[in-house]
Design a protein around this ligand. Structure first.
Ligand code: AVJ
Length: 319
């Protein structure tokens, strides 16, 4: 009997079909765009882990500071018996929270990566064998079916990843999360905050060029998975602050006119010199904006915590 349950709700070939659809749609429209989920193959995930250690990239450190400082308070307030973590990855972020939650008996990590889920579950169970872990291989942005577990339940969506969603996508996502909750359940949400433009841009365009490599990695993913012939050297990494929407945009700018062939999709994609492919938005938030977005999903903001320097926030809201 394996020490934890692992449920696959993503069909095996879901990834290929989704990548093909996203590339076909995203590269045949103007402006060209791709969803950021395709960054995270093994190399992309390793590059992101490296990004979290960069001096310019403050969000991970800032969120960890809040989690360490507020874990006992969050545990006390929620008294949660189940913790559901969306986009759990290595579960490194939630380790402090789980350690503080004496009432916890079930942990439901949700991620698209089976290896991340297995690694995290084994590490957690080594430390806390009494915990029951039910890991879900699922893409939470495409609807989620949760196993029946004891309440009250706390859903955690950390890292600021909600910022990758456009406002309309965020509204739909928060409404779908709300639909999973029963009265008394809660949502713990990590949001990066609006701040000085130069600080934000540096966090997405570091001096060592790790973020540039992370951004260009999506071209390598398409070359490998779709037999495309992107030349990463023919594109320049760009990170800009969109003042109107209050989000960072990562883009890949074509250095010259070029045509990229994607034979498996029957595509020949023309880029003109200077044309930019948007690869990610990372929205930055204000307390009032988060309060109203949660309220629109019938979630009531009850606690707002930031790191000492006010760079990042964790909010707790109730269904
Ligand atoms: C993992 C989505 C929160 O948006 O800050 C890091 C990804 N992109 N550097 C973010 C990312 C460029 C990160 N999230």
């Amino acid at each position: 009997m394996s020490p934890f349950l692992l449920t696959r709700t993503l069909p095996e070939d879901a990834t290929d079909a989704a990548l093909r659809a996203d590339v076909l749609h995203g590269l045949s429209r103007t402006p060209k765009t791709l969803p950021p989920k395709w960054f995270y193959d093994a190399r992309g995930s390793a590059l992101f882990e490296e990004i979290t250690t960069l001096p310019e990239y403050y969000p991970t450190r800032a969120e960890r500071e809040i989690l360490v400082t507020r874990a006992a308070e969050i545990a006390e307030i929620t008294g949660a018996r189940t913790l559901i973590e969306l986009g759990s990855g290595s579960s490194e972020k939630t380790r402090h929270l789980i350690d503080a939650m004496a009432t916890l008996d079930t942990y439901v990590p949700v991620d698209v990566s089976e290896s991340a889920l297995t690694g995290a579950a084994n590490a957690l169970l080594a430390q806390r064998p009494s915990l029951s872990v039910h890991a879900l291989i699922a893409d939470f942005t495409r609807g989620l079916a949760l196993p029946g577990t004891p309440g009250p339940r706390l859903v955690a969506f950390l890292g600021g990843t909600i910022g990758n969603l456009l406002p309309t996508e965020r509204a739909a996502f928060l409404a779908s999360v709300r639909g999973l909750l029963s009265p008394g359940d809660m949502l713990l949400l990590g949001t990066d905050l609006v701040k000085d433009e130069s600080v934000l841009v540096s966090a997405y365009d570091d001096g060592a060029g790790v973020t540039a490599a992370f951004n260009k990695n999506v071209l390598t993913v398409m070359n490998r998975e779709l037999e495309a012939d992107f030349d990463p050297a023919a594109f320049q990494h760009v990170a800009v602050w969109d003042r109107e929407h209050e989000w960072i945009e990562m883009r890949l700018r074509a250095r010259a006119d070029q045509t990229v062939k994607i034979p498996t999709l029957g595509l020949a994609v023309d880029f003109t010199a200077g044309e930019e492919l948007r690869t990610e938005i990372s929205a930055k938030f204000r307390e009032d904006g988060v309060r109203s977005e949660l309220a629109a999903a019938e979630l009531k903001l009850s606690h707002w915590w930031t790191d000492e320097r006010g760079r990042f926030a964790l909010s707790l809201s109730t269904a």
